[in-house]
Design a protein around this ligand. Structure first.
Ligand code: FAD
Length: 514
């Protein structure tokens, strides 16, 4: 098979690409400044759920695409877990062929409008961009361009549906409907399989819908990308808990030939400190689900949520930023982050931290909660916290937070959102004792095929990695699709070779009844 580099080089020599390169000298390209993403005014957006990032205009996108020098050996592509042909989609934007650009994205990415909004590009494709690696200049804004192409296509109304091979009639199931599952479903459908997605909640999308707020990722954008999968023939069942509504064994009996478990890491962690059960203390998952999925902020929904004036969010990841920015939008006067390390160690994306700061979020870094206080009705009213200092790096490579003795003090808090990590969803592993899991409850898989210890069960995304990212989950989904295809083809080959050995119709009937 042709190597990826050879393939990319051949594509780069296509006439239109050569012509485009010849129009502008590299020196001129590299002298262009990276364009900032247009954003909504912080004082307006922190009171509304409108999208914060506004997207590039056509002119801005073409300018940004011109910065890409169309490297002979592109390194950006190796930073993309789903292997998008980045130079090609960027050059199509430069050429003004926006719809064609969106098609290139969809060849390997079932959710380009989602990824263009939430992927940590700074740690992936943009990190390995030539500008970063060799010129020490801001990389090409690949994520902003991905969003542009996907949005352009959606707004144009000419939404392309990827080509699918002829149906092979083989049924496969995927459990959960987050990005891992959706990527798996897209690839399997393209290969001609009959794919069904089983989702426990009443909405499709996993964290994309119940976790990430609409001011970062509007639900309607997720829905458009899901609709494309529906058009590709993928079936969706909601309110269906695999392990309760039906077991995997029940589904095997219905003829599913293989399963992809992508049930995520939706089990929240708590700190187990005194007072954590007071009313008004939520896990980030519960808090965000009430608002994003159950629409607690909308007047015409009756989902309750406590909209405190003094909200403390514990943690420093994307989930903590989403929670605290949501609290601000719900009317909190003081919306605070309490994080036990310094801002440099925060796992949240830089952009999310910047947006939170602009929106008036207060950061109490190097601060850790010790205990919560409640009123006579059992409602949280305050907390004791302690100052921390940083010691030597720990196993995560980040400097270890060390409590400073005698530095305890109290702060008011009428709502607390605990966002200190998540654990894998335990339902499926608990129902299948033969399924090998790690000490943390993640499903163990072969890293090349995503096959678990049970041959017809594959797994990927957060249930394998613990809480990770959208694009890593999607990369797993794509890898698992390759693994399942290989597994099923192998099985079919074995059956065919067995059939060749049969001498009589009786042999065939005996085999069929086994
Ligand atoms: P999930 O998205 O968790 O989906 C799993 C689905 O499986 C859920 O819908 C669940 O209901 C369903 N399910 C579970 N058990 C069953 C069952 N037994 N039967 C049927 N269905 C079941 N990543 C980024 O890259 N960028 C970000 O900006 C970002 N922000 C985030 C913000 C928040 C608030 C959170 C919580 C996470 C964020 N992440 C972000 C992480 C990212 O969303 C996850 O890594 C990703 O969604 C994992 O995908 P998944 O498909 O493995 O699982």
């Amino acid at each position: 098979m042709e190597s990826l580099l050879a393939y990319l080089k051949k594509e780069r020599e296509q006439e239109w690409r050569v012509e485009l390169r010849s129009k502008i000298k590299n020196k001129e390209r590299t002298s262009l400044e990276r364009l900032a993403m247009p954003e909504a005014d912080p004082d307006i957006r922190n009171k509304s759920y409108c999208e914060v990032n506004k997207g590039l205009t056509e002119e801005q996108a073409i300018h940004e695409a011109r910065r890409c020098i169309d490297c002979p050996s592109p390194t950006c592509i190796y930073g993309c877990p789903v292997g998008i042909n980045i130079p090609k989609f960027v050059k199509l934007i430069e050429a003004g062929e926006f719809l064609e650009s969106a098609k290139v994205l969809k060849e390997t990415n079932a959710l380009p409008a989602v990824c263009g909004r939430v992927c940590p590009q700074e740690a992936q494709c943009e990190k390995t961009c030539f500008y970063n690696e060799k010129l020490k200049k801001p990389p090409v804004a690949i994520g902003n361009l991905e969003r542009f192409a996907a949005d352009y296509e959606r707004n144009s109304g000419h939404i392309s549906v990827p080509e699918i091979s002829s149906h092979n009639g083989i049924k496969v199931a995927t459990i959960g409907s987050g990005p891992a599952s959706l990527a798996f479903a897209g690839d399997m459908a393209k290969m001609g399989y009959d794919v069904t997605v089983f989702e426990a909640l009443h909405e499709i999308g996993g964290v994309l819908k119940y976790g990430i707020p609409e001011f970062r990722l509007p639900n309607e954008i997720v829905d458009v990308e899901i609709d494309i999968l529906k058009k590709m023939g993928v079936h969706f069942f909601t309110n269906f808990i695999v392990g309760k509504t039906s077991t995997i064994d029940d589904l095997r009996k219905q003829g599913y030939a293989a399963f992809f478990v992508a049930s995520g890491a939706g089990l929240p962690n708590f700190m187990n400190i005194p007072g954590e059960n007071y009313i008004g203390i939520y896990s980030a998952n519960e808090y965000l689900t009430r608002i994003n999925l159950m629409k607690a902020a909308h007047d015409d929904y009756d989902t309750p949520v406590i909209s405190g004036k003094n909200v403390a969010v514990i943690g420093g990841g994307n989930t903590a930023m989403d929670s605290v920015r949501t609290a601000k939008r719900l009317g909190a006067k003081n919306a605070r982050i309490l994080y036990r390390r310094s801002i440099e160690e925060m796992p949240a994306r830089n952009e999310e931290i910047k947006h939170a700061q602009e929106e008036g979020i207060e950061f109490l870094n190097l601060t850790n909660p010790l205990e919560y206080y409640g009123d006579e009705n059992g409602r949280v009213k305050g907390m004791k916290v302690q100052k921390m200092e940083l010691g030597e790096p720990d196993d995560s490579g980040r400097r270890r937070p060390i409590p400073i003795k005698g530095s305890e003090y109290e702060i008011e808090a009428d709502t607390v959102v605990v966002s200190v990590g998540v654990s894998p969803n335990p339902l499926i592993p608990r129902n299948m004792p033969e399924l090998e899991v790690s000490a943390w409850g993640t499903i163990k898989v072969n890293q090349d095929t995503m096959q678990s210890s049970i041959p017809d069960i594959f797994a990927g995304g957060d249930i394998v990695r613990g809480g990770a990212t959208v694009i890593l989950a999607m990369g797993d989904g794509r890898k698992a699709a390759g693994g399942v295809d290989q597994y099923i083809k192998e099985k079919v080959r074995n059956i065919l070779s067995l059939i060749k050995e049969f001498k009589t119709i009786g042999d065939i009937l005996e085999f069929a009844t086994k």
